[in-house]
Design a protein. Structure first.
Length: 166
């Protein structure tokens, strides 16, 4: 029993490190882009989005919720989307306020516990429409998005976001 708990704790640490590296990479990418200043805001327990980026020259703000993993789909819970929308509303001085859901599919896909298949690493950046009520949003390895409502998939068209780069 103790070995199983150790393995669960080890897996949890790995997921946190993976998430931190993805968020940190997004911050570095944004900070290297002209005019952007980005910050990683902290752990999920403090009710903050993962990344906040501002561009005062273009009067734009990005609120980013980042997900990464080795599965074929990644999801963002509705409460995390709502949290991002609330942050966008808070900074109403910015003309362009955008919630971006950033998905990173790792170069290995988990088949079973400890078993992986190698594949191409993929990243997707999707814009959440503030007019849409937050629901669980799922992105697949091929970039398709859908809402998961009461266990049922509903196709969800989301605009792609072109992430600023250096």
């Amino acid at each position: 029993m103790e070995a199983a708990n150790d393995q669960k704790a080890k897996s949890a640490r790995l997921r946190r490190r993976r998430g931190y590296r993805w968020e940190d990479g997004l911050v570095k990418r944004l900070n290297g882009a002209g005019g952007w200043r980005a910050f990683r805001l902290g752990s999920p327990s403090v009710a903050l989005p993962d990344v906040l980026a501002v561009n005062t020259r273009s009067r734009a703000i990005l609120v980013v919720e980042a997900k990464s993993g080795a599965k074929t789909s990644l999801s963002v819970p509705p409460n995390q989307i709502q949290r991002c929308l609330d942050w966008c509303d808070t900074f109403d001085i910015y003309d362009a306020r955008t919630v971006v859901l950033a998905f990173k599919f790792l170069s290995k896909k988990r088949l079973d516990s400890g078993t992986y298949k190698y594949r191409i690493m993929r990243e997707y950046y999707k814009v959440w429409d503030p007019a849409v009520e937050p629901v669980e949003c799922v992105c697949t390895y091929d970039g398709q998005t859908y809402a998961l409502i009461d266990g049922t998939r509903q196709q969800m068209e989301m605009d792609d976001y072109s992430m600023p780069s250096a």
